[in-house]
Design a protein around this ligand. Structure first.
Ligand code: FAD
Length: 392
C-alpha cells in the first residue's frame, strides 16, 4: 500500500476533530482527517438528536469564525437567557444575561447539527478524509486498521476519552471514575421554560433541564441527570412503559413541579462520568478535546474546553516560526502551556462542586446553601460567575 504524506493529520472526527481540521485547512495547512467517515443524518421536523450541548459565548464566537454557526438551522438553536441553580435546601442562585450586559448566557445546540455543519464545511473545502482508524504510531508515522501508512510532522489526537493515539504515543494520562452516569433524554413539560436552564445540586446527584425548542406536543427541555451507577442502570434497564411512568415521578421529587407535568419524549442514554487529564503535547503529537481532558458535565463545559484547545492549537501552529516543523516539541509546548490554566481551572471548579455536594459531613448542607443564598445577594460575584461560564 502507498504511503500518504501530509503536514498534519487529525485522528478522530467528533466535533473537536472536525473543528480542528477545519480551522487548519482554512489557514492553508496541508492537513488530512483520519477517522471513520459518516455523514451525520439530518433530523426531521420535531425529532431531535439525543445529545445536546450548552455552547458558551467563547465557543459560539469560535464556531462563527469558522463559518459554522450560521450554517446551523437557527430554529433548532435555543438561547439561554437565565440560569436557576438550586441547592439541596433553600439555597438558590439565579443568573440573568442582562446582569452582565450580555444578550444571552449560552446556547443549547444538538450535537448532530454542529456535526452536520462541520461535515458540510469540510466537504466544501475538499479536505482529504481517510476513512479508516489509527492503529499504531511511531514518530512521524501511523499505521491504519486497513494497513495504510500515513506520514506527517504532527498527529493531533482528537480521538476521544479512550484516545488510541495517546496510548500508542505513551502520553501520560490519569483517570478518576466518579461511579456515576449522566442520563440524557428529552422531556415534554407543561410550563414554558422561559429560556432558562434549571439545575439542582442534591446530595450525590445533579439534575439539569436545558431549554429546547417548543413542539406541537408542548414545551421541551433536555434532561442531564448525573446519578450513581446503580440508579442509572435501573432506569436504563426499564422498558419504555415503566420508564415513562417512573422517570417523571423521580424527577419531580427534585424539581417539585417547577415546569409542571413532565413526560419522556425520547430514548434514555447513559454516559459514564470520569475526571481525566493527559499530557497535552509530545514530540510530533498534540491532544485536543476529551483525548486531553474530561470533566464532570455539571457545568456543561467539556466540549467548550475542547473547542478552546482547537482555537489555541490552530493559533499556535499558524504563528510558529517558518524554520520549525509543526511537530516540534518547542512549538507544541507553547500550546500545552497556553491551555494549562483553563484546563486546571475547569477541573478544580467541576470536581470541587461535585465534592461539595457529595460529601456526608453534617455541617456541609447548611454551609453550601448559605453560600448560595449569599451569592444570590452579590451582583459582582454573579457577574464573575457569568464571565467564567462564558469562557471569554
Ligand atoms: C452527559 C454529558 C453531558 C455533556 N454536556 C455538555 C455540555 O452541555 N456542554 C459541553 O461543552 N460539553 C458537554 N459534555 C462533554 C462533551 O460531550 C465532550 O467533551 C465532547 O463530546 C468531546 O468531543 P471530542 O470530539 O473530543 O470526542 P468524541 O466525541 O468522543 O469524538 C472522538 C472521535 O474519535 C474517533 N476515534 C476513536 N478512535 C479512533 C481511531 N483509532 N482512529 C480514528 N478515529 C478514532 C471516534 O469515532 C469519534 O468520532 C457532556 C458530556 C456528558 C457525558
Amino acid at each position: 500500500m502507498n504511503t500518504m504524506k501530509y503536514d498534519v493529520i487529525v485522528c478522530g472526527a467528533g466535533i473537536v476533530g472536525m473543528a480542528t481540521a477545519l480551522a487548519l485547512v482554512r489557514a492553508g495547512v496541508n492537513v488530512a482527517l483520519l477517522a471513520p467517515r459518516r455523514a451525520p443524518e439530518p433530523m426531521q421536523g420535531e425529532q431531535y438528536h439525543a445529545r445536546v450541548y450548552a455552547i458558551s459565548e467563547a465557543s459560539q464566537a469560535f464556531l462563527a469564525s469558522l463559518g459554522i454557526w450560521d450554517a446551523m438551522p437557527q430554529e433548532r438553536v435555543t438561547e439561554v437567557d437565565a440560569m436557576q441553580v438550586n441547592g439541596d435546601r433553600d439555597g438558590q442562585v439565579v443568573l440573568h444575561a442582562w446582569q452582565a450586559a450580555k444578550p444571552h448566557l449560552a446556547w443549547i445546540v444538538e450535537s448532530g447539527e454542529i456535526e452536520r455543519a462541520l461535515f458540510q464545511a469540510l466537504t466544501i473545502y475538499g479536505l482529504p478524509w481517510i476513512n479508516d482508524t489509527m492503529q499504531a504510531w511511531q514518530p512521524g508515522q501511523v499505521t491504519t486498521a486497513d494497513g495504510a501508512t500515513l506520514q506527517a510532522q504532527l498527529f493531533i489526537g482528537a480521538d476521544g476519552a479512550r484516545s488510541p493515539l495517546r496510548s500508542a504515543a505513551g502520553m501520560a494520562h490519569s483517570k478518576k471514575d466518579y461511579g456515576d452516569k449522566g442520563l440524557v433524554t428529552h422531556l415534554t413539560c407543561e410550563k414554558p421554560h422561559m429560556n432558562t436552564a434549571y439545575q439542582w445540586f442534591c446530595n450525590h446527584h445533579v439534575l439539569a433541564f436545558l431549554p429546547m425548542p417548543d413542539t406541537s406536543e408542548g414545551h421541551q427541555v433536555s434532561l442531564v441527570w448525573s446519578v450513581d451507577d446503580a440508579t442509572a442502570d435501573r432506569f436504563l434497564q426499564m422498558d419504555e412503559a415503566t420508564l415513562a411512568l417512573t422517570l417523571p415521578q423521580a424527577l419531580d421529587q427534585v424539581a417539585q413541579g417547577c415546569l409542571g407535568k413532565l413526560s419522556v419524549r425520547s430514548r434514555l442514554h447513559g454516559f459514564p462520568l470520569t475526571l481525566e487529564k493527559a499530557q497535552m503535547a509530545a514530540s510530533g503529537v498534540a491532544l485536543v478535546g476529551d483525548a486531553a481532558h474530561r470533566v464532570h458535565p455539571l457545568a456543561g463545559q467539556g466540549l467548550n474546553l475542547g473547542l478552546g484547545d482547537v482555537k489555541v492549537l490552530a493559533q499556535t501552529l499558524n504563528q510558529k516560526e517558518a524554520f520549525r516543523s509543526y511537530g516540534e516539541l518547542r512549538v507544541l509546548e507553547r500550546y500545552a502551556r497556553a491551555r494549562a490554566a483553563d484546563v486546571m481551572a475547569m477541573r478544580v471548579a467541576t470536581d470541587g462542586l461535585y465534592q461539595l455536594f457529595s460529601r456526608e459531613l453534617p455541617a456541609l448542607p447548611l454551609l453550601r446553601n448559605a453560600g448560595m443564598r449569599l451569592v444570590q445577594q452579590l451582583p459582582w460575584v454573579k457577574r464573575q460567575l457569568i464571565a467564567g461560564a462564558s469562557g471569554l
